[in-house]
Design a protein around this ligand. Structure first.
Ligand code: ADP
Length: 340
């Protein structure tokens, strides 16, 4: 069992113990009160019986009367004894049932925390792995170059260029991680803004990249006022446009349209690229997830963080990011944001 699982198991037991202690305290107080009230009631009934016998001395002194009084006393003790046994029985049932219920409730209350903790550990492990790869590449290249006594200027320049590429990857990755951390801590400012301006800014940023692949954008955009952070939302739209360009063939067209539907601004980015398999669609919004085709022989640059960041941004604006895709035909990503 992993250390964290053991800690959660121990915490569940402690929490269950606490729940059970509370249940048992209530049950015992209730049982003692019940016992007291019932025995007082029985004692009162017995005394009434005794008083009645006292008022009939000839009967009380007779052997039958004496026998009856002794019988009543025995009954009284037996009734109290039975009551005590029954209350102890009920408390044992509450102890066992309450114990099981407490453990179940403790596990249930801790499950979301355990899941969040696991996700955080997975994220840290993935992030460290992704950070290590460019660093290892740089270290190996530098070591090999240093071992070469005849290293000339051209080779040194090539090494520096390659190092620069790795540094650019590290910068992009650390920026992505920082962005995620900011969204996780809700440290972005929200203002009233025009959704159309956000999309236009994003298109302007991706145009040079699209031009390199001769990819055209067609747009049909509406204005709408939304509450949000301009920089973050632009980042989210840039990711969708960048992916549409990255995963589409050269010379293709990407359609960008927006609509207003049930008080929501809906932006769609439709490409005619490679598409995403149904089994992979559920995971593409996970941090560090990359579909098979992105890692294959025709690998496309990326860390699998873009959509995770875009989704976090859209979620933090109270919106939704979804995808519809057919492998080999293309994908449509839709962002839906509430109108201010
Ligand atoms: P990456 O940096 O790998 O592009 P993203 O988080 O942006 O990371 O996307 C996750 C994965 O989703 C990508 O690796 C890719 O496999 C798939 N994907 C995203 N957008 C598209 C698209 N428009 N067409 C096809 N696949 C896509």
């Amino acid at each position: 069992m992993k250390i964290s699982s053991r800690v959660f198991h121990r915490t569940s037991l402690n929490l269950a113990g606490l729940y059970l202690a509370i249940i048992m305290c209530i049950s015992l107080v209730f049982s003692i009160a019940q016992y007291r009230l019932s025995t007082d009631e029985i004692d009162r009934a017995y005394r009434r019986q005794e008083n009645f016998s006292m008022h009939q001395p000839q009967f009380a002194d007779s052997p039958d009367g004496q026998q009856l009084i002794q019988q009543h006393e025995r009954d009284l003790i037996s009734v109290k004894h039975n009551l005590l046994i029954r209350l102890i029985g009920i408390n044992i049932v509450i102890l066992v049932g309450g114990g099981l219920l407490s453990y179940y409730l403790a596990r249930r209350s801790l499950q979301p925390i355990e899941a969040a903790h696991e996700a955080q550990s997975r994220f840290t492990a993935d992030a460290s792995h992704e950070l290590r790869t460019p660093l290892t590449v740089m270290q190996t290249e530098i070591e090999v170059a240093l071992m070469n006594p005849k290293l000339n200027l051209d080779e040194a320049k090539k090494l520096l260029l390659s190092n620069l590429e790795e540094l650019a990857k590290l910068t992009a990755l650390s920026e992505g991680l920082l962005h995620l951390a900011q969204i996780d801590h809700n440290s972005v400012e929200y203002k009233k803004l025009d959704a159309k301006a956000v999309v236009e800014d994003a298109i302007a940023r991706i145009k040079p990249m699209a031009a390199k692949k001769r990819i055209k954008f067609t747009k049909d955009l509406k204005s709408a006022s939304i509450a949000g952070n301009h920089v973050s939302l632009t980042e989210a739209v840039v990711t969708l446009l960048e992916n549409a360009v990255k995963y589409s063939p050269a010379g293709s067209t990407v359609q960008i349209t927006s609509n207003i539907r049930s008080k929501h601004y809906e932006l769609s980015v439709k490409d005619t690229g490679i598409g995403i398999k149904a089994t992979e669609q559920a995971h593409i919004f996970d941090r560090f997830y990359r579909a098979d085709h992105s890692r294959g022989k025709e690998a496309v640059n990326g860390y699998g963080l873009g959509l995770a960041i875009a989704k976090s941004i859209v979620d933090s604006h109270g919106g939704q990011l979804s995808v519809k895709s057919t492998p080999g035909k293309g994908s449509t990503f839709t962002v839906s944001l509430p109108i201010a």
